[in-house]
Ligand binder design. Structure first.
Ligand code: GEK
Length: 268
């Protein structure tokens, strides 16, 4: 597997940066999982995906790094002392570590949840490398539809809800609302669909151009798209807004959008 060293893990400003240099400058493996023609199969977050995930997510989500940086800012702004933060579908901890870095020295605890064993094992290794700076992070390997959410001032779903079957989404958002303290916030990023078919196709074409500009071939793009077809089900921004409002979130705004990727903020 090829290795590249362009990636800057978002921990450069960390006070104990010496401890995390190995994370910051580690070589990351290039995602070429779909480069050769392979028999069609559904996408899974297995060991192979976890091994190239840092590269995959940066080259697959326009604005990913900006979104993670900004969520760190939301963390700083909205965390209330003594409350919890949840990163649901945390993968390798992009959001988890960004928020922890910003809140270092404050009274907080962060619960990072993912149901991929391969992701969680790697995340635990990163937590060990960070030592005492990461002591506030509690890692749970479980389905987010089972996660107990309580006393939370911030819940983050950064590109995770889209993988949950649609019938389960309402119940999860309702549980998040119940677990948030008054004034607590949900930050939710999603791949989105557009109701207008012409616009939808145009934006998808633009997105494929984005992926090509990041070095993916047409074969990689089409094989990955097929693998995700039944796994990642995007909804429209209207659908997200109506669900959040019907569940009782008072304030809603899209704070970031690039092509068919958006991030939303909802306040209880
Ligand atoms: C980031 N938030 O880097 N329960 C728990 N985890 C799940 C479930 C579920 N039901 N379904 C999917 N996942 C991260 C990126 S990636 C987004 C999130 C992407 C997990 C899955 O195992 C994977 O790690 C993550 O959600 C989605 O900011 O790959 O497009």
């Amino acid at each position: 597997m090829l290795s590249i060293s362009l990636y800057r893990f978002p921990l450069l400003l960390h006070k104990n940066y010496k401890q995390v240099l190995s994370l910051t400058y580690r070589k990351i493996s290039k995602d070429n999982l779909f480069a050769k023609r392979i028999p069609p199969r559904d996408f899974v977050f297995d060991e192979k995906v976890a091994g190239v995930f840092d590269d995959m997510i940066l080259r697959s989500i326009p604005g990913y790094k900006t979104i993670v940086d900004m969520i760190g800012g939301f963390g700083e702004l909205y965390h209330k002392p003594g409350t919890k933060i949840y990163d649901l579908g945390c993968s390798l901890g992009g959001v988890t570590f960004e928020i922890s870095k910003r809140l270092e020295g404050k009274d907080f605890s962060l619960v990072a949840v993912d149901n991929s064993r391969a992701m969680i094992e790697r995340l635990k290794q990163r937590k060990i490398q960070l030592g005492s700076s990461a002591k506030e992070i509690e890692i749970q390997c479980e389905d987010i539809s089972k996660t107990k959410i309580e006393n939370a001032s911030i819940v983050v779903l950064n590109f995770t809800l889209q993988f949950l079957p649609i019938p389960l989404r309402h119940e999860l958002i309702a549980r998040i609302r119940d677990g948030l303290v008054p004034g607590g916030v949900l930050v939710m990023s999603e791949k989105i669909a557009f109701k207008d078919e012409i616009l939808n196709n145009l934006i998808i074409d633009m997105y494929h151009k984005f992926k090509e500009s990041k070095g993916y071939s047409k074969l990689e793009i089409s094989q990955k798209r097929l693998a995700l077809e039944n796994i990642l089900i995007p909804e429209s921004l209207d659908t997200h807004q109506s669900r959040l409002k019907s569940i009782g979130f008072q304030t809603f705004s899209v704070w970031f959008q690039c092509l068919n990727f958006a991030s939303m903020l909802a306040v209880k």
